[in-house]
Design a protein around this ligand. Structure first.
Ligand code: ADP
Length: 171
């Protein structure tokens, strides 16, 4: 069974990594699909996001990493995915995610299902937007970056540091 795990991954967090690894245990193949949506104005370019993902998940043999900018349901069909995989951190994710699942089913020729994995208790506070906000405060004020250790990997921490240092330098 192939599952497709789509997201912005701007940047990949420990929460995303956990969902992807657990998904890869259930699926024969897990396709991690990075959404290219310029309207979202991501901090990391599409290439950077894919590179960060490959660094974290590239060594897992049944994980396939790609990017897309069209309709998710079309990519799901193209990849032969049985279902879309998403993560749930709590009530706010539940509302948005169930709506998305309904729309994806309506848009899909095959009535594609969405399956959910509940976030690990260690990651319920973890989000890409939170990581970016905290990183901007930490690196903008020369603070100790230990608080980011529960949110992102060392490699992503370095990437965030470079972004916010670069942003400061051009101001
Ligand atoms: P999107 O922009 O599509 O919401 P994200 O990259 O923010 O993409 O998230 C992709 C998926 O990962 C979503 O299903 C989201 O709920 C899930 N997710 C994000 N953070 C976590 C986390 N800490 N634990 C579990 N799932 C998460």
């Amino acid at each position: 069974m192939t599952l497709i795990y789509p997201g912005s991954f701007d940047p990949i967090t420990l929460g995303h990594i956990d969902i992807a690894m657990r998904g890869a245990k259930i699926a024969t193949t897990l396709v991690v699909a990075v959404l290219h949506n310029p309207e979202k104005k991501p901090l990391f370019t599409l290439d950077e996001r894919v590179r960060l993902l490959k660094n974290e998940l590239g060594s897992i043999s049944n994980i396939d990493i790609c990017s897309f900018d069209g309709m998710l349901v079309e990519l799901a069909a193209e990849k032969g995915a049985t279902a879309i995989l998403r993560g749930l951190r709590g009530i706010s994710d539940f509302e948005a995610e169930t709506n998305l699942a309904i729309y994806n089913k309506l848009l899909s020729d095959t009535n594609v299902e969405t399956v959910f994995l509940v976030a690990d208790a260690l990651h319920t506070h973890v989000s890409s937007s939170g990581a970016k906000e905290v990183a901007s405060l930490i690196y903008g004020n020369n603070l100790c970056d230990n608080p980011l250790d529960t949110v992102v990997s060392k490699n992503v921490k370095n990437a965030l540091k470079q972004k916010f240092s670069r942003h400061r330098a051009v101001r």
